[in-house]
Design a protein. Structure first.
Lengths: 319, 319
């Protein structure tokens, strides 16, 4: 507990190593984790959370790197969580766990951390949120969360970030596929990266038209498409201005608090569900499942009835 | 209940419309769902499940289409579940829910169904497994499950399928990214699609070398890299032969039953966890959360303590 108090103090002072240690405690699900999160919670809420998502190859991490440098130059303290398995920040886990760290990570007041997307079934987004809370308590002004936008992860990011930036590239196929995947619906800000490529203007106005339809349907603010060339650091200032535009829109309309409360609701629900499972699966029940698997596999009973009865054996004690 | 009996009989006879209706009941989480799944379970276990995954743009759905036709010509009954948001089977959900159906879907004894990847937080894989069980009970010999291999979904597919086929394309960047994402570790069979492109042979032998390392480390069977050109229906016969090779390897080594029991364990665990949540979140508790959100947001209390106490109010009644 004394140790914890020291760790908390160091985190609150913005100490990089303490922050790193805290995120490791979170990832490893140590008993210290809930204690830590409880004590840090009162110090959270000040950092603005920006989600950056898009299909693989859109240049999300190069753009993230540009944003980090831009924010750093502007004097902001920045934290980055990379959850994209194709990101160079994350590096991937093939033949070892080598993490290629961007040079931005060496900047003062910049903290970059990659988090695994594998082996933590269902637990990913919650760990990411917990890590963001640590960065928030550590005094970061902005937190960037980079994730690949295919399938489920883009939904998770939209339910965590204050502003969600969708990064696309000017290839008709890619863009259309990305939109199919639902990226369109979650975008607060659009970056058309690699916009020096042929056809960029056509794609940009195509997206603008669709966004116009979306705006009309949902009474949203006017979403612009920001053309960027991350590899040449072009358009990053404009992109950040657009993010700040969305931020002030949220604040002016009262949507900021509403959105954060919704995210908090989801966070609590996930914590409760996690606790329910942790409490339920004690040794007795794990043993019971192990002992029953042969007869279920042999179809003596079915898995749904077995599951119901296992849960009922608890519920009956309550009612 | 009378209606259910009729539906079951029709499913068991392989009736396409009954199968389709059953999967809709599953997707909509109707009260009929558990009843249906319980009654069908005794009739499952015969279909062989093939997962097909890979990065977007690898040509997974064209290859899936080739496999469907190949299996159909060979006289096998085939079911297909497409969970890939970038797949033309799935079509995507932008501005409506238009599903583009491949002509293969019109073939006798072929059933193709796309399932949403969004809006069903955490419930995706379970619904897909349930749908596979319906197809299994309906007498399908093979079930193909197509999903995009980025992030979490490739892990889910490997924990559902008997054989997991990873589809790559001969672009160094892509392949390396795909491997990073963990595709390497879950592959039972490798298809190098679009293998008429430059550099295909180098990439193929590169993958073979890495697979050799994997084999040595994990005492696996020798995994070959099958070169395919799905758009010209080339290599599909060889790919299917390799899948059957993996199937007989599983059967000979006793790994088949072991793998299926592991999948069943996971399925039961997920069903239990789902039931726990469903039982827990009654109106009283939802109301309690709604009433507390303001004070948690205002930091009067923290979300972790709140979650613990909410769960404890139940547990205390048990112990």
């Amino acid at each position: 507990m004394e140790l914890q108090k020291e760790l908390i103090e160091k985190i609150l002072s913005g100490d990089k190593r303490a922050v790193s240690r805290a995120i490791t405690l979170i990832e490893n699900n140590t008993p210290a984790k809930p204690v830590l999160l409880k004590l840090l919670y009162a110090h959270t809420g000040k950092a603005y959370r920006i989600g950056i998502t898009g299909p693989p190859g859109a240049g999300k991490s190069t753009l993230t790197d540009c944003l980090i440098k831009h924010l750093n130059t502007a004097g902001y303290k920045t934290g980055v969580i990379a959850v994209d398995p194709t990101s160079p920040f994350t590096g991937g886990a093939l033949l070892g766990d080598r993490v290629r760290m961007s040079e931005s990570g060496l900047l003062k007041d910049v903290f970059i951390r990659s988090m695994a997307t594998r082996g933590s079934l269902g637990g990913l987004s919650k760990n990411v949120i917990d890590a963001c809370n640590v960065l928030d308590a550590a005094g970061k002004d902005f937190i960037l969360i980079e994730t690949v936008g295919v399938g489920q992860s883009e939904l998770d990011i939209a339910q965590t970030a204050d502003t969600t930036v969708v990064v696309l590239v000017p290839e008709a196929g890619d863009s259309i596929q990305a939109m199919k995947a639902g990226l369109m619906e979650i975008a607060d800000v659009f970056a058309l990266n690699k916009s020096d490529r042929a056809g960029a203007d056509e794609i940009a106005s195509g997206i603008r038209n669709m966004l116009h339809l979306k705006k009309a349907a949902e009474h949203h603010r006017n979403i612009d498409v920001i053309k960027t060339i991350a590899s040449r650091d072009t358009g990053v200032k404009e992109l950040f201005a657009e993010i700040l535009g969305h931020k002030s829109h949220l604040e002016k309309t009262g949507m900021f608090d509403r959105k954060r409360k919704e995210h908090l609701m989801r966070e609590i629900t996930e914590t409760v569900n996690g606790n329910l499972q942790k409490n339920f699966w004690d040794d007795v029940k794990i043993q019971l499942l192990n002992n029953s698997i042969e007869s279920i596999y042999a179809k003596t009973t079915d898995p749904y009835t077995f599951a119901e009865e296992l849960v009922k054996s608890i519920s009956s004690k309550i009612n």
